[in-house]
Design a protein around this ligand. Structure first.
Ligand code: HEC
Ligand code: HEC
Ligand SMILES: [Cu+2]
Length: 405
């Protein structure tokens, strides 16, 4: 409603205080009047009927009109702030949130996914809500937003994080065993840090782009990526080593840092790598600046920082697996993970019963497509985890292997 409002808290809090304030005044006023009347008109003080007045028009008008105005004011301010919650400011960053039993996944426009909702400080964020199985509810109390997530129905919330920090997210749907375990957080980061994180998460794609550009500019006709000899030195292990070069015929040893690489591409004649013919064409003015950055990122390995191996135990926690599976042998909604690895399983496939060994292939299928084979005696209620990466599934299976058998 009010375009100068920048956060949902600013829209909700005054209305909340307003309604709470009026309610308090009413509560106190009515209670005092009641106590006063009880004492003042007690039978011991007033044994006789006091008067035979049957109504008072003035009073009746006052106690009808004033409460009506108060209730209308509550409605007006409530409606105005509701509109603020529903009208997403322009330029909002869109992120989609998927809820499943019993975990959250947040997905960004570039395809990056995360179990925590990372957002830039100061920018409105629109979260598109989506449930894959049952009712859930996205609830971020710090930003006063709460919205049901109904399977098959798209909905959204928006908010702006005013300062960096970590804010709770809950699932506010409590009819089911594991919603209360669906806790995660909004991590509000300074914009540069957020951009950095986004880029880093997108790294595999950037790396592919750098590689593609090497092909596009014909570099791979003279340079190999795998260490084999071609007309020019291989790109494998290129960055950060020492190179013996000839500068105007004088031999020098240089470190192949980013500046060196940039010069080697733009003005290859400046430093000729010893033992190679000076045949590389100069690319000055032939590669757009942005593409050169991508190529240098790729060659220096900045495009694909070695990501730490995912941690299976943490993944099982974050993805809500432990809401339905135990790791100690006790029974929950699903079979326990303890001593599952390598065990003999009885499953039903399209109504037929089969016996299988829980090897890596079986476990991978059980996680990605749980409905394909149902473990005998259990309901088919496990959500599919197709959004996990191959690395993540492998880490979970390693974790299961660690639980014995
Ligand atoms: C016609 C073949 C040819 C093409 C095409 C070519 N190069 Fe080269 N490149 C060479 C040769 C030969 C050398 C070694 C002699 C020198 O330093 O000029 C070299 C050297 C380099 C070096 C220094 C390597 C070292 O070990 O220190 C880099 C970096 C490099 N090239 C990048 C590229 C990039 C990026 C492209 C594409 C944009 C490219 N080159 C295209 C032939 C080529
Ligand atoms: C909503 C409850 C629920 C959640 C959450 C859940 N599961 Fe399951 N899971 C089940 C049920 C029920 C079964 C047995 C029926 C079936 O095979 O689908 C099962 C079966 C399995 C099996 C086969 C077990 C066996 O005994 O052969 C594996 C492995 C498994 N789940 C792994 C996971 C992992 C890993 C996660 C988290 C990424 C997870 N589950 C999350 C309910 C759940
Ligand atoms: Cu839920």
């Amino acid at each position: 409603m009010n375009p100068s409002l920048v956060t949902t808290q600013e829209a909700i809090d005054p209305v909340f205080i307003f309604i709470l304030g009026i309610s308090l005044v009413m509560l106190v006023g009515i209670t005092i009047a009641m106590i006063y009347f009880i004492i003042r008109y007690h039978r011991s003080r007033q044994p006789e009927p006091t008067s035979d007045v049957d109504h008072n028009l003035g009073l009746e008008v006052v106690w009808t009109v004033i409460p009506t105005l108060i209730v209308l004011a509550m409605f007006y301010f409530g409606w105005a702030s509701f509109l603020t919650l529903r009208n997403v400011p322009e330029g909002a960053l869109e992120i989609s949130a998927t809820a499943r039993m019993w975990s959250w996944t947040f997905e960004y426009a570039g395809g990056q996914t995360s179990n925590r909702l990372r957002v830039p400080v100061g920018q409105p964020v629109k979260v598109n809500l989506h449930s894959v199985d049952v009712l859930h509810a996205f609830y971020a109390p710090a930003f006063r937003v709460k919205r049901d997530m109904v399977p098959g129905m798209e909905n959204y919330v928006w908010f702006t994080a005013p300062e960096a920090g970590s804010y709770d997210i809950f699932c506010a749907e409590y009819c089911g065993v594991g919603h209360a375990d669906m806790t995660t957080s909004i991590e509000a980061l300074p914009p540069e840090e957020f951009e950095h994180w986004l880029r880093q998460e997108a790294a595999p794609e950037t790396a592919d782009l750098g590689r593609e550009l090497l092909g596009k500019h014909g570099c791979l006709g003279c340079h190999s990526l795998d260490g084999s000899q071609m007309v020019g030195p291989t790109f494998k292990g290129l960055s950060g080593r020492e190179a013996t070069v000839l500068q105007d015929g004088v031999e020098k040893t240089l470190v192949t840092d980013r500046d060196y690489l940039e010069r080697s591409i733009l003005q290859p004649g400046h430093d000729i790598v010893k033992g190679y013919p000076p045949v590389m064409p100069g690319y000055e003015g032939r590669i757009p600046e942005g593409e050169l950055v991508q190529i240098l990122d790729y060659l220096t390995g900045a495009a694909a920082p070695a990501k730490p191996k995912p941690d299976g135990a943490a993944l099982v926690q974050q993805n809500g697996c432990l809401g339905c599976h135990s790791d100690d042998g006790s029974s929950k909604v699903g079979p326990t993970f303890k001593e599952l690895f390598g065990a003999q399983r009885t499953v039903s496939v399209d109504g037929e019963t089969r016996s299988l060994t829980a090897d890596r292939v079986y476990l991978e299928r059980a996680i990605l497509e749980p409905s394909a084979e149902l473990v005998e005696g259990y309901p088919g209620m496990m959500p599919p985890y197709g959004h996990l990466s191959a690395d993540q599934v492998e880490a979970i299976i390693d974790y299961l292997e660690g639980l014995g058998k």
